[in-house]
Ligand binder design. Sequence first.
Ligand SMILES: [Zn+2]
Ligand SMILES: [Zn+2]
Length: 73
Amino acid sequence: MKYVKCPRCGLNYILPDQQLCRVCLDELAGKKSIFDEDFDDLICPYCNKNKIDADEIMCAQCRAKRYKNGGDM
Ligand SMILES: [Zn+2]
Ligand SMILES: [Zn+2]
């Protein structure tokens, strides 16, 4: 399979039937560029298993556990 260079950034290679590379597509979709930090897959630091949002410190499971253990943070 032959690759061509992305016409927008000229950095990444894409398949001939693609218009733009992932990075450019993401950028056009309003996402942050990969050159910034990647906020896509934040993992809960407590269980290292579940995904969390950028504004969360722990996943729902860990939060529930913490409440059950009677901890008030
Ligand atoms: Zn590109
Ligand atoms: Zn967790």
